[in-house]
Design a protein around this ligand. Structure first.
Ligand SMILES: *Cc1c(COP(=O)(O)O)cnc(C)c1O
Length: 470
């Protein structure tokens, strides 16, 4: 009886998932700044993506430079318009490839770093301290020295003991440190200092006691991920301004920046809700694809947040702080995609079809685990007729290495190439060399020139740090 019920429920959600996939129609590759060429192949900057694989290997991560610059410039201009000193710092952890970061800094965006390594990289890339925000929970002593010497815009305090630690380093260097305080609004997150219990205010008092060495320069929060409109940012911006008002009343200190963190989304991918994730894991039902229209334009987005700042400051009689945004996904998600090759197609028990590929979530497509990503063949004109349902699998020897479950695709053959979109947010960050070296990353220019940003790892590279090799 239970089994029958289980099967009926599964069947219902399964059919619903397929209907979603049918209704979503064909992917409009223009949403990623790409096109379909006369052969029916996916093209970037006039280059046939199928020509890239023989030259650079499969799988391959491909960056569309034009789209990268378009998205980076759009958010940079939208935030700059919010007034004196407002700025954008890119979240390094989202896609930490120097060749990509260089392009982002080239349009005037700074660096938001969460680790000593990322801080080091920002310094290597010559990002001025004025454009560096140092977040994270594991700030080593040496990295604090670097951040203070660079005069970072803010070292954001995530817990109370950091105050004494940063102050001690500043004192030793005889150089003041600019600090921020990370507000923790959510009980379910380990980050930041609790506002309601008074911990955050206590932190400000403590910073004040160290005012010989610490300047409180910024208030920060980071609560969202891939959100489609500004409501969340506006809500917490307002709460942060109320907090700034309390600081001003108690300490007389006006704070220069309000940093609203990351989380600005893109129209083309989405995070699964808890229920969607459950259905995907339990029944293999892909969720409804994102609605491309349900996305607030970035100018409207930044303007709305800025208007909230203006209104709240007027109400609280507070000087308006400059706005800082720390986007990761918005800047790089859409400009990069993954090409992978179908190695074999097989039908198993009860006709379940498996497409075995050279990618997979355990080494390359981890975000597809909890996010919806568009995946389609790059080498054939995609149609909605004659669809098959595939378990798209990776190259690692475990059934946990899927890329997509029950994906409706045109019939696949050995040698077909799949494109996985929105690979520019967290794909290479989460990638691993589980049994295979990581692939190359190339960037295609508008004129079709191809630049290798990162070479494919070699076998020798994988053992290069081992002291016993033979
Ligand atoms: C991850 C992160 C971001 C960027 O988040 P996105 O969702 O990629 O925009 C920004 N700030 C902090 C502190 C982060 O941890």
């Amino acid at each position: 009886m239970r089994q029958i019920l289980f099967n009926a429920v599964r069947e219902y959600f399964f059919r619903r998932s397929l209907r979603f996939q049918q209704r979503a129609g064909l992917p409009d590759v223009g949403a990623w700044g790409l096109s379909i060429n006369e052969k029916g192949h996916l093209a970037v900057g006039g280059v046939d993506t199928l020509d890239l694989l023989p030259a650079y290997g499969s799988p391959l991560l491909v960056v569309n430079r034009r789209k990268l610059l378009e998205d980076a410039t759009a958010i940079q201009q939208a935030v700059k318009r919010c007034g004196q000193g407002s700025r954008v710092v890119y979240s390094y952890k989202t896609n930490c490839i120097p060749g990509i970061l260089k392009e982002i800094h080239g349009v005037g965006i700074g660096a938001e770093v969460i680790s000593p390594y990322e801080l080091w990289l920002a310094e290597q890339l010559k990002v001025p301290g004025e454009e560096i925000v140092y977040n994270g929970v594991n700030k080593t002593e040496e990295s604090l020295v670097r951040a203070i010497e660079l005069d970072a815009l803010a070292i954001n305090i995530d817990n109370l003991p950091e105050i004494e630690r940063i102050s001690a380093v500043a004192k030793r260097l005889k150089k003041r440190a600019r600090v921020g305080i990370r507000l923790g609004f959510q009980a379910k997150s380990q980050f930041g200092l609790d506002v309601d219990s008074g911990e955050a205010l206590e932190a400000c008092h403590r910073i004040r006691r160290h005012s010989d060495w610490l300047d409180l320069n910024l208030v920060h929060f980071c609560v969202a991920s891939n959100v489609k409109e500004s409501g969340t940012h506006r809500h917490f911006a307002q709460k942060s301004l109320e907090f700034m008002h309390a600081i001003k009343a108690q300490l007389g200190a006006a704070i220069r920046y309000l940093d609203v963190g990351g989380g600005v989304g893109v129209p083309t991918s989405k995070n699964m809700s808890g229920i969607e994730y459950g259905l995907y894991r339990l029944f293999g039902c892909l969720p409804k694809p994102p609605d491309l229209e349900a996305f607030e334009d970035i100018n409207t987005y930044a303007n709305s947040v800025n208007e909230t700042l203006e209104e709240s400051c007027a109400r609280l009689n507070l000087e308006k702080p400059a706005l800082i945004m720390e986007p990761g996904r918005f800047v790089t998600s859409r400009c990069e995609f993954l090409l992978s090759t179908v190695l074999a197609v097989k039908a198993k028990h009860r006709g379940t079809k498996y497409a075995i590929t050279d990618a997979g979530r355990l080494s390359l497509t981890f975000p597809c685990d909890f996010e919806y990503h568009t995946i389609f063949p790059a080498d054939q004109q995609v149609s909605l007729q004659d669809r098959e349902i595939y378990q798209v699998m990776g190259r690692i020897c475990t059934s946990a290495d899927w890329m997509a479950k029950n994906l409706s695709l045109p019939p696949l053959r050995e040698g077909d190439v799949l494109a996985t979109m929105d690979a520019g947010a967290y794909f290479s960050s989460y990638s691993s060399n589980f049994a295979f070296p990581r692939p190359a990353i190339v960037m295609v220019e508008e004129n079709g020139e191809v630049e290798v940003l990162r070479k494919a790892e070699s076998f020798e590279h994988l053992v290069s740090l081992d002291t016993v090799q033979q």
